[in-house]
Design a protein around this ligand. Structure first.
Ligand SMILES: C[S@@+](CC[C@H](N)C(=O)[O-])C[C@H]1O[C@@H](n2cnc3c(N)ncnc32)[C@H](O)[C@@H]1O
Length: 377
């Protein structure tokens, strides 16, 4: 059994935990910055293939007290790196630290790298190289209150790099954040019709469609996962991973045969609609994208609405237009609504009170994700 950690962007820990539970991972426990779970190495592969909400999936290699440089070096050197790395493997190390004696993250990364390189040189008589841009093995060191946790990054690249969004309109959301918002409003359980009335490049609607189609996001990515480049990726493990991919494909083919909720996206800008259509085509999902002004939105069927209205340093829409837009959304019958608001005035301008507001980061912009449950009203 291994311990894994799925890292979560600020505010999305609950979404990552719910997703891990829905996908039947074991010993799921939310923590600061992410969610712990346990399993065998194949569970780790499955996490990379199927999870939509986390940023990264990390495999825990060691955990020890590291009050100073020497204890960090010794602890890292004691790990059996030769199981996963060879002298041909190129390495990179990322570090983070909080409330610890060692604070300089670049220095922590350097010391960790030295310990790994020394261990491998001792075992193989040759040292591996460092490649910061495209390493075969990405090591992550996390120091909290002098406790060091050493991880291998299973996926290698961040999971939001699904590969379908080669075009964008304005500043798009990360795919993992879009998927997290769907979990936060509870859409994966409800499966009502879905609408993003200000869809831009279409990210939220595309993530909704991938979810509804049971399409494993990892099956879309063109580049290999980190673990596929490790020395420990034997023929047997490759076969195990291929089986997981095959199972994911079968679930997708099965889901395609069953009826699924309608998923639509609208935007006032015809350029955005074109971009969203092209992205959906690349992702292999069927979504209706049309040009429409949110203020004219009229829906007769219950729906879940998740959207990311425009914002800048000041509110981009006038308060009057924004109020009209919100009025149209609130008129949708039995709606569940999630609004990612990048400016505090946007929430103040809404007359209805949200059930909950969670702080989420959209890039480096702090946003309020305001959720409304209008069912039964
Ligand atoms: C922040 S962007 C959405 C980005 C999107 N979530 C993505 O990932 O690409 C906001 C979008 O709202 C659209 N918009 C602005 N005013 C609108 C209106 N009155 N009706 C519909 N869409 C509108 C803009 O054209 C823009 O594409």
């Amino acid at each position: 059994m291994h311990a894994f950690f799925a890292t979560a962007a600020k505010g999305t820990e609950g979404a990552v935990r719910d997703e891990l539970r829905m996908l039947r991972f074991r010993k799921v426990r939310a923590d600061r910055g992410g969610v712990h779970f346990e399993g065998n190495i194949e569970d780790g592969y499955r996490a990379c293939l199927e999870l939509r909400t986390p940023m990264r999936v990390l495999l825990e290699m060691a955990r020890f007290e590291a009050e100073d440089e020497a204890s960090l070096y010794d602890g890292v050197r004691a790990v059996e790196w030769e199981e996963h790395a060879s002298p041909k493997t190129e390495l990179a190390v990322r570090a983070s630290a909080r409330s610890s004696n060692l604070t300089h993250t670049q220095y922590i990364a350097q010391k960790t790298k030295d310990a790994i390189v020394d261990r491998l040189r001792e075992r193989f008589g040759q040292r591996p190289d460092v490649d910061l841009a495209d390493p075969d093995i990405l090591v992550s060191v996390h120091l909290a209150k002098n406790l060091a946790t050493i991880y291998l990054d299973l996926a290698g690249s961040p999971l939001f790099m699904r590969g379908y969004r080669t075009e964008h309109h304005g500043a798009p959301l990360k795919e993992t954040l879009a998927a997290s918002m769907l979990y936060l409003v509870g859409w994966p359980r409800d499966r009502t019709d879905f609408v993003d009335p200000m869809c831009g490049s279409g990210t939220i609607a595309i993530e909704a469609a991938l979810l509804a189609d049971a399409r494993a996001p990892g099956s879309l990515t063109q580049h290999p996962f980190g673990f596929e480049r490790w020395a420990s990726y034997s023929d047997e493990r490759r076969a195990a991973y291929q089986r997981l991919r095959q199972l994911a494909e079968e679930r997708y083919q099965q889901a395609k045969q069953s009826p699924r909720p309608s998923i639509v996206g609208f935007d006032i800008d015809s350029g955005a609609v074109e971009v969203a259509r092209a992205n959906a085509k690349r992702a292999g999902v069927h979504i209706r994208f049309d040009r429409r002004d949110v203020r004219d939105l009229v829906l007769y069927e219950p729906a879940t609405i998740v959207t990311n209205p425009p914002y800048g340093e000041r509110m981009t829409m006038s308060p009057e237009d924004w109020r009209k837009a919100v009025k149209a959304l609130m008129a949708v019958p039995d709606a569940r609504i999630g609004l990612l608001l990048g400016h505090p005035d946007m929430l103040d301008a809404i007359r209805a009170r949200p059930e909950k507001v969670i702080t989420l980061m959209n890039g480096d912009i702090e946003c309020g994700f305001a959720m409304f449950d209008r069912r039964g009203r």
